[in-house]
Design a protein around this ligand. Structure first.
Ligand code: ADP
Length: 454
């Protein structure tokens, strides 16, 4: 797909997701407002109801007490807490604490506010204007002492306007004697609780959408990178094939030349060139095959007993021309007493060849390569060591990834497709072995292979 289209779609998706989340946030905000308002309304209506009941209760008491004074011998129950027909002056004596506690609880419960639920726990008090302090707090008399503000419970001191609600008691009297105040220290939690399901559903679904979006982005970009790498690979490959094909064609043409045909030296030279180029092409084909194989993950190994020492010696022989041409050295210290493992000859020699190839490629000066073998617990260990550019700690974990190459510009300028090591690792693992790398930037690398003995 065209880059622009992809980015267009991604952009639209991003905008849509941001839009959905934004509108959800707005919805939740307005729901919060509505719920806050609803909550406050029910508190105020409960408080008003309580205040009205307090008034009624007092009036009833006054009425009863005046009746009992008029008809002292009647049957009317005589409940006269104040002993007078006149209204009691003292606010704290006008309010029956048990009664207040009961009706408050009841009125709140009617409105769905159950003080048993932790976030609905509340405190209340009667504040007397004359005294300038609370006179009742949470159903008990409260004696305010001058200069001892700190004896007030914390929720009263810190109870900001948002958590405190107040309504005048005996509001028709002038001056108004006091206030009924109620505090909900967990008011925010209450509102959140009321939004609970909507909020968690929103978070849950938004989370899913974001995760999927992220994952889609990840897939798109890795796929894109992979397909770019494959295109690169094919381009490089074609290029790599064209050169030997052209060379072979030239050499073949030359061989047809009558003047060349008479000259044995020239014939030998051209046939050598053809052979060399043929080997080169063979290597390239091998690479393509390796890649195709990695794609398929279906290796179809041809198992047999393989003497790894023979295989290593052949590989050393193969690479030595190249290494010696650069005035380097390649040596084998093959110390394993039992070098025979079970495996696929072709792939095992590809593994060693790839590692030796890399050791040469990534040694910018004269390559000095050593191959060690030894027997370790139930297995054979092979180490391919070079003194080349080495690998930094940050890239070491990626080198076995398909198509991964250490960012070329700054470190090296060697041709490759980033497939060799991923092939090596896949194959080593297909042989139930392990591969590890020890390396230091600038000092060289050691690739350590382990194969189990059968
Ligand atoms: P490439 O085709 O690039 O060589 P490989 O899969 O063989 O791909 O290697 C991956 C990367 O690991 C290489 O690009 C190189 O940067 C790094 N690398 C591999 N072998 C060596 C080594 N012996 N020394 C330093 N770097 C190495």
């Amino acid at each position: 797909m065209n880059k622009k289209v992809i980015f267009g779609i991604l952009g639209l998706m991003a905008i849509a997701i941001v839009g959905v989340i934004w509108s959800q946030i707005r919805l939740i905000q307005s729901a919060t407002l509505v719920n806050t308002e609803r909550f406050e309304k029910s508190i105020f209506s409960a408080l008003n109801e309580v205040v009205t009941k307090l008034e009624l209760d007092e009036e009833k008491d006054l009425f009863l007490s005046s009746m009992s004074q008029k008809y002292p011998n009647s049957n009317v129950p005589t409940f006269n807490p104040f002993g007078s027909k006149e209204k009691e002056k003292n606010l704290e004596n006008r309010i029956k604490m048990d009664y207040l506690d009961g009706i408050l609880k009841e009125e709140l419960a009617i409105r769905g506010i159950n003080s048993q639920i932790p976030s609905y726990r509340y405190h209340y008090g009667i504040y007397g204007f004359e005294k300038g302090s609370f006179i009742i707090l949470d159903g008990e008399k409260f004696n305010y002492e001058e200069g001892k503000e700190n004896v007030l419970p914390e929720y009263v001191n810190t109870g900001d306007e948002n958590t405190a609600f107040r309504v005048n008691v005996f509001p028709r009297e002038r001056p108004v004697p006091g206030e009924l105040r109620i505090f909900f220290p967990n008011k925010n939690a209450i509102i959140l609780r009321s939004l609970g399901k909507t909020l968690s559903a929103t978070l849950f679904f938004a989370g899913i959408i974001l995760l999927c979006f992220g994952y889609t982005l990840y897939i798109i970009f890795t796929q894109k990178k992979l397909s770019e790498m494959k295109t690169d690979f094919i381009n490089n490959m074609t290029h790599e094939f064209k050169t030997p094909i052209a060379t072979i064609s030239l050499a073949a043409d030359s061989l047809n030349n009558p003047s060349v045909l008479k000259n044995e030296d020239k014939i030998l030279r051209f046939s050598r060139i053809i052979k060399q180029e043929n080997i080169r092409m063979h290597k390239q084909v091998e690479k393509v095959l390796q890649m195709a194989l990695l794609e398929k993950k279906d290796f179809n190994l041809k198992w047999s007993s393989i003497n790894m020492h023979d295989l290593i010696l052949a590989a050393i022989e193969n690479i030595s021309l190249q290494v010696e041409a650069r005035e380097g050295s390649v040596q084998g210290f093959l110390n394993a007493a039992s070098p025979v493992i079970n495996g696929d000859q072709t792939h095992l020699s590809n593994i060693i060849n790839n590692l030796l190839d890399n050791a040469t490629k990534y040694s910018p000066q004269k390559p000095h390569i050593t191959v060690f073998t030894r027997n370790v617990d139930k297995g054979l260990e092979i180490i391919v060591k070079d003194e080349g550019i080495g690998l930094g700690r940050d890239v070491r974990k990626f080198i076995f990834d398909k198509f991964y190459r250490v960012p070329t510009g700054n470190i090296h300028n060697v041709k490759g497709f980033g497939l060799g090591l991923s092939y090596v690792k896949t194959m080593v693992e297909a042989h139930k072995g392990k591969i590890d790398v020890r390396s230091e930037l600038g000092k060289g690398s050691s690739f350590i292979l382990f194969f189990p003995l059968h």
